[in-house]
Design a protein around this ligand. Structure first.
Ligand SMILES: O=C(CO)[C@H](O)[C@H](O)COP(=O)(O)O
Length: 260
């Protein structure tokens, strides 16, 4: 995806390019992700316990936090990673880490999303880390969601892409069928997610992911969420309802910050 911005600039400079000036320039989706991520890191203060998200957008935020620590512009940060991958990244950057057992109250989490609806409800987990993300982001005072504008949808599932559900491997087909039947009226197709070798994708928690593809909205999201969680075999789903306190959206006209 390419987006016109006012002039070619580094991502940090681009933060100050609103309102746009001419001539327009094209920023890539990854540059937009970086802009949203850097903007979110402006909310980070020394001494904070931080939830560290997972995915290509959150990666930029973690890199930036590492950079500011190295430069001495931030100190006494404790990071709570939402995946093994983010844990590795944070360790390589020298970010001190802990976990929810030792730090059950988190000041701020910064993470990407696959879909953001007008009420800041999210779909997450296309990267496969939805369970740890939901645990960490559920323990935060503030959860800043960072996206490029391609992630905005009218309703959850509206992108036509996957709505992930983490399930136990035991008889996953049984669980997948239950999920598909639950959303039959929305034209739901449930598929097991495979890795690049064609083997079932295994989450950090040793589970599988069943991706739901929907043709229509799911109706009342809270009702849908409760119904999914009542299926034995389901561990967690990727709908993050009423969890994000802020969304930072980088797009064609600059940055939009939406608060709950
Ligand atoms: O939920 C996630 C991982 O489980 C990611 O935040 C989500 O998939 C967005 O990823 P990206 O920033 O790479 O577009």
């Amino acid at each position: 995806m390419a987006i016109a911005w006012s002039e070619k600039a580094s991502s940090m400079e681009a933060l100050s390019l609103y309102p746009p000036m001419s001539p327009p320039v094209i920023l890539t989706q990854d540059e937009l992700k970086k802009i949203a991520a850097y903007k979110a890191v402006e909310f980070v203060e020394s001494g904070m316990v931080l939830g560290l998200g997972t995915g290509s957008t959150a990666k930029h935020a973690v890199d930036r936090i590492g950079e500011l620590l190295r430069q001495g512009k931030l100190s006494n940060i404790i990071g709570i990673p939402t995946s093994k991958k983010t844990q590795e990244q944070a360790l390589s950057l020298g970010i001190p880490l802990s976990d929810l057992d030792n730090h059950p109250n988190i000041d701020l989490a910064i993470d990407g999303a696959d879909e953001v609806d007008p009420h800041l409800n999210l779909v997450k987990g296309r990267g496969g880390s939805l369970l740890r993300e939901k645990m960490v982001e559920g323990a935060c005072k503030k959860f800043v969601c960072i996206v490029d504008e391609s992630k905005l949808v009218k309703y959850l599932g509206g992108s036509g892409l996957a709505m992930p559900v983490e399930v136990v491997p035991f008889c996953w087909k049984f669980t997948a069928n239950k999920l598909q039947n639950l959303f039959e009226d929305s034209g739901c197709v449930a598929k097991l997610r495979n890795d690049y070798k064609g083997e079932p994708f295994v989450t950090d928690n040793g589970n599988y992911i069943v991706d739901l593809y929907l043709k229509k909205d799911m109706g009342d999201l809270q009702v849908a969420s409760d119904a999914i969680l009542r299926i034995a075999g389901v561990v967690e789903h990727g709908m993050f309802l009423d969890m994000a306190t802020t969304a930072i959206i980088a797009g064609e006209l600059g940055i939009t910050i939406k608060n709950k």
